[in-house]
Design a protein. Structure first.
Length: 227
C-alpha cells in the first residue's frame, strides 16, 4: 500500500518510523510519502491561508497549493483521498477495513477553519474522495486524526501484524466490545484472575468471554446493540 500525506506540519509523522508501522515500512509493505503543503506555494511567506469569503473568524486554507500538491501526488482513479474533518462521516473499524484494501491512500490535513471546499470538489473529479471524522469533537488540525486513521488502517494491511488471528478478536470486529484480558501472575495485589480462565476448559472460556463482551457493551456502549 502507498500512503501520501499532505500537511503544513510534516514533522508530526516522524512517529510512523517506529513500532509496527515502522517495521511494515522497512519491509516494504507500506510505502509512505509526507509532503509539506508549503512546498507548493510561490510567495515569499509560503502562504497557505487567507480570510474567509462572507466574513467570520479564523482563516481558510487557500486552494492553489492544494491543487498543485494533488497534481503531484495523485496517481490515477485508484487513489482514495481522505480529508479529515469534524463535519465528515464517522471513521469506524468498518471504514478502516474498507480503506485497508486500497492500493493508494492520500490524506489532506486541514488546519485553521479548514480547506476551501472547492479543493474537495475538484479532487473528487479525479479520485474517490471521503471526508472523515475521528469523532464528535474539534481538533486543531488533521494531523492527529490522520495518525489515528493510519494506525487503524495500517494494522489491517496483510503482513503488518504478525498473527492475523489477533485482529479478529478485537473490539468492534463483531459489533461488540472486547472481553477483559489478563496475564500472569494469577494473583496481583489481592486481585485474582477470573478462575474460568485458569480452568483449561476452552468451551467455558469462550462462553465467559462472550458474556463479558455482551455485559461490557450493554454497560458502556448500548448504542452498538441497537438494530
Ligand atoms: N471549522 C471546522 C468545523 O467546524 O467543521 C473545524 C476546523 S478544525 C479547527 C481544523 C482541521 O482539523 C480540520 O480541517 C480537520 O482537518 C481537522 N479536524 C478537527 N477535528 C477533527 C475531527 N473530529 N476529525 C477529523 N479531523 C478533524
Amino acid at each position: 500500500m502507498r500512503i501520501d500525506i499532505i500537511s503544513i506540519f510534516p514533522e508530526f509523522f516522524g512517529v510512523l518510523d517506529i513500532s509496527l508501522l515502522g517495521k511494515a515500512r522497512e519491509r516494504g509493505i507500506i510505502d509512505l510519502g509526507v509532503h509539506n503543503l508549503r512546498d507548493f506555494t510561490h510567495d515569499r511567506h509560503r502562504t497557505v491561508d487567507d480570510t474567509p469569503y462572507g466574513g467570520g473568524a479564523g482563516m481558510v486554507m487557500k486552494p492553489e497549493p492544494w491543487g498543485e500538491a494533488f497534481d503531484q501526488v495523485l496517481q490515477d482513479e485508484s487513489s482514495v483521498v481522505i480529508f479529515p474533518s469534524p463535519a465528515g462521516e464517522r471513521f469506524t473499524q468498518a471504514t478502516a477495513r474498507e480503506l485497508a484494501l486500497e492500493p493508494h491512500l492520500v490524506f489532506g490535513c486541514g488546519r485553521y477553519e479548514g480547506i476551501d471546499q472547492r479543493v474537495i470538489a475538484h479532487t473528487a473529479t479525479r479520485a474517490r474522495v471521503r471526508e472523515v471524522s475521528l469523532g464528535d469533537y474539534v481538533l486543531n488540525g488533521g494531523e492527529v486524526a490522520v495518525m489515528a486513521m493510519i494506525e487503524a488502517i495500517g494494522r489491517l494491511v496483510p503482513g503488518v501484524v504478525g498473527n492475523p488471528e489477533s485482529l479478529t478478536e478485537e473490539s468492534h470486529e463483531d459489533g461488540l466490545l472486547e472481553y477483559p484480558s489478563y496475564t500472569k501472575p494469577a494473583v496481583w495485589r489481592d486481585l485474582e484472575v477470573p478462575p474460568v480462565l485458569l480452568s483449561g476448559n476452552h468451551g467455558a472460556i469462550a462462553a465467559w468471554r462472550h458474556e463479558q463482551q455482551l455485559e461490557r457493551t450493554r454497560r458502556v456502549r448500548p448504542d452498538l446493540l441497537q438494530p
